[in-house]
Design a protein around this ligand. Sequence first.
Ligand code: AMP
Length: 215
Amino acid sequence: MNLILLGPPGAGKGTQAKFLEDRCGVVQLSTGDMLRALVANGGPLGEQAKEIMTAGKLMPDALMVEMISERISRPDCAKGFILDGFPRTVPQAEALDLMLAEKGIRIDHVILMKVDDAALVERITGRFTCAKCGAGYHDSFQKPKTAGVCDVCGGSEFKRRADDNETTVKTRLAQYHAQTAPILPYYAKHGVLNTVDGMAEISEVTKQIEAVLAN
Ligand code: AMP
């Protein structure tokens, strides 16, 4: 099963993708995670990615298409994948269609997680993860049971994304509306777009996604 999760930054795509990985045995392909790994490795491309991501802008389409094409060709994607953060522009969506057609792969579901803009800034600026196991938390909505200790692995170090600050979030949201939202009519026209309520509780969103997958 191959899926695309769409939605603004902070919609919960990563959270739901992790759940789907466990439930369906498919792999989460997060272009944001791939770029953060590139930044951590340094080098000229890492530097370029760091600059663009810190500004909340988008990386060039050609680079992103190449990155995802290479990733999808690896053996662990054979059982299926979830695209999280890609495509983010209409040219990326068009290139993805061509690339998948060449590889003989089809997308089974495109799921939009719809969330009000007003909720997103608070969601994003308050989120943090365990540095050891990656479990996700939030300053207001999902604190660790014991302050400073990860519920999942007992780790005591946490990290926040460099681009999860208010200024960058506003640019990222503006980019979403200008560049990514125009993808929605593209998929709607192809009859594959399903919408779930990303404002609902995490478990309720999961249920709504399961209902889409069951169809
Ligand atoms: P994310 O983790 O999906 O929120 O992505 C973090 C940042 O990585 C974005 O704000 C962009 O700067 C960059 N990025 C991730 N995916 C893409 C993509 N498909 N196209 C262009 N830039 C991307």
